[in-house]
Design a binder for this molecule. Structure first.
Ligand SMILES: Cc1cc2nc3c(=O)[nH]c(=O)nc-3n(C[C@H](O)[C@H](O)[C@H](O)COP(=O)(O)OP(=O)(O)OC[C@H]3O[C@@H](n4cnc5c(N)ncnc54)[C@H](O)[C@@H]3O)c2cc1C
Length: 544
């Protein structure tokens, strides 16, 4: 059994864990970050895409609102390349009480959130697809944020400061010496090998899985409630501004334009198991109906895909604060001090929060560790830009097209929906050192457009085969695994044009290429990415 040592072990490679690794590495700690899967394959890669202005919480959850107001401004400064400044509108639909708008304005004023009430006609000129029957409209500095780009940028930054990032490494046990956690045993999910990590301190940033991790240290009853939400991606930008209903947070009340699509969401249902997130027909219907309130005709637009994510909501049973409805649980975060709470030292858990507040959450967690260790070091993440963000420019939707236009006559396009050229794809495959097309999808948006991989994925598989030197069986495994993943998100919303697309894709893969009759692949389609290459991954093109 191999053993490695580190000062800080971070469990979970979502937004929080990557933020924690970046923060701790910037403070000069030796860090190991582990995730059981690819980075941002948990909730962070399955969220709604909104960099909150705070407007959603100004009436109901003022602490969360204050945190969002501050962090929205900081993230624009330090990770601009991950953020598109779409702006946001809160609109009063015919189903909403116009008087809520006054409470909203008052809440914004209290939180220092810049907002302005504009005439309905002006809102409709900004967003012609908006419900013409809206009664009030308010501007806010909402934006869309690319989670994959964010997480990889932070992880690459941490790696540049010496952190080791081990993806596809699951924590299977925590080591204890008396009442102190001293590290973890992890299993490499690709090779099956186990590894011991000796750690001076362990930071649990495993989101909705946090309770599973602390249970390995004999700690029960930690109040992380998994709150499931579904979202549906529509095939283009029905709006270019984030549209929120101006009412108490409810289901299906936000439409976020992100990259080439717009996403309607979300629900909020207590979930028993963060790995079991079935999507029901009722939820899909409800989401589409809710979307109609904001943008009439949304139901007739082409829905590409539906997926679910799970919030790590914080409601400590020890504190006795119980909310029956997960919507009533605050969106703030909490550092769970296991030494104080459970008599277990060397371990802290981060719970709750939002992707928008990832930096603050990381700062609070690393500050708490420093305090416990009596080794105070200042946080620098509000001032230092991680890789890819150096020029300080906010992301612009047209940037990919601009780059393609420069080389359009020389380079083969592999994914037309997302404008991915062959060179970029080959480069990403090499840098990620992966055989898994889904890893490439998270880096480049490969196969995320209207055809859902129908036209690009067999070409990409051929290139992966060439570049990755996979044998036929491995290439088949990678292809079928990708198609199965896409199918999971497509079948619950198969109607209209997307149903036709699915039939066409089926003819291509079954009829023309005979995918079913290709030699069976070994393994599960997950490639044997080399540890030392993983963190070099997506570069400036990683997207959500
Ligand atoms: C439906 C929905 C919509 C949302 N929309 C927004 C939004 O628009 N804006 C916003 O700011 N926030 C949003 N959020 C909240 C936000 O997405 C989450 O708060 C945030 O992504 C949580 O990040 P995390 O890193 O804590 O968790 P995760 O991203 O889930 O990361 C935890 C990681 O731990 C890993 N892990 C689990 N078990 C193990 C193990 N045994 N060993 C190793 N690793 C392990 C998982 O693989 C995972 O990658 C939304 C949440 C949901 C559910």
């Amino acid at each position: 059994m191999t053993t490695i040592s580190t000062e800080v072990l971070v469990i979970g490679g979502g937004a929080t864990g990557a933020g924690v690794a970046w923060d701790a590495a910037l403070r000069g700690f030796d860090v190991v970050l582990v995730d059981r899967a690819d980075l941002a394959e948990g909730t962070s890669g399955r969220f709604h895409g909104l960099l909150h202005s705070g407007g959603r919480y100004v009436v109901k959850d003022p602490v969360a609102a204050d945190e969002c107001v501050a962090e929205n401004a900081i993230l624009r400064r330090v990770i601009p390349d991950c953020i598109e400044d779409t702006g946001g509108l809160f609109v009063t639909t015919p189903d909403d009480d116009p008087a809520y708008g006054d409470r909203f304005l008052e809440g914004c004023r209290r939180a220092g959130l810049p907002t302005e009430e504009i005439a309905v006609g002006e809102a409709l000129r900004m967003e012609p697809r908006l419900n013409p029957r809206i009664r009030r409209a308010f501007t806010v500095p909402d934006a869309s944020i690319d989670a994959w780009k964010t997480v990889w940028s932070l992880a690459r930054g941490a790696a540049q400061h010496g952190a080791r990032v081990l993806t596809y490494h699951s924590v299977v046990g925590l080591h204890k010496d008396g009442d102190t956690v001293t590290g973890a045993r992890v299993r490499n999910e690709l090779s099956g090998e186990e590894l011991d990590i000796e750690a001076g301190f362990t930071l649990n940033a495993s989101g909705a899985w946090a309770a599973q991790i602390v249970k390995m240290a004999g700690i029960e009853g930690i109040g992380v409630i998994p709150g499931k939400g579904i979202m549906i991606a529509m095939n283009h930008r029905l709006v270019n501004t984030v549209i929120n209903r101006c009412t108490m947070p409810a289901d299906g009340d936000i439409l976020v334009p992100i990259r080439t699509v717009s996403v309607i969401g979300t629900t909020d249902i207590r979930s028993a198991d963060p790995d079991e997130l079935p999507v029901t027909q009722e939820e899909v219907d409800q989401m589409l109906d809710d979307g109609e309130r904001l943008v009439p005709g949304l139901r007739d637009a082409r829905a590409l895909r539906v997926w679910a994510g799970v919030r790590p909501l914080w409601q400590d049973e020890h504190a006795g604060q119980q909310a029956a409805d997960t919507r009533d649980v605050s969106r703030t975060h909490a550092v769970v001090d296991h030494s104080e709470r459970d008599g277990t030292r060397g371990l802290l858990t981060m719970s709750g929060g939002k992707l928008t507040t990832l930096r603050l959450m990381a700062e609070d967690l690393v500050d708490a560790m420093c305090r416990q260790q009596g080794d105070e070091r200042s946080c620098r993440t509000a001032d230092v830009r991680p890789p890819g963000n150096e020029d300080g420019e906010l992301y612009s939707l047209s940037s990919r097209l601009r780059r393609r236009e420069a080389t359009q006559h020389q380079e083969q396009v592999i994914c037309e929906c997302e404008l991915i050229g062959r060179a970029k794809l080959e480069d990403t495959i090499r840098r990620r050192g992966t055989q898994n097309l889904d890893d490439i999808r998270r880096s480049l948006r490969l196969g995320m457009g209207p055809c859902q991989g129908g036209f690009c994925i067999y070409r990409a598989t051929g290139i992966l085969h060439g570049v990755g030197r996979l044998d036929g069986a491995e290439a088949t495994a990678s292809l079928t695994s990708f198609l199965q993943e896409r199918w999971k998100g497509m079948w619950p919303i198969l109607y209209g044009d997307q149903l036709r697309q699915a039939r066409l894709d089926d003819w291509i893969f079954q009829g023309l290429l005979g995918v079913q009759h290709m030699p069976p692949g070994g393994g599960d389609g997950v490639g044997d990415a080399r540890e030392d290459e993983q963190v070099e991954a997506p570069g400036e093109e990683a997207v959500a």
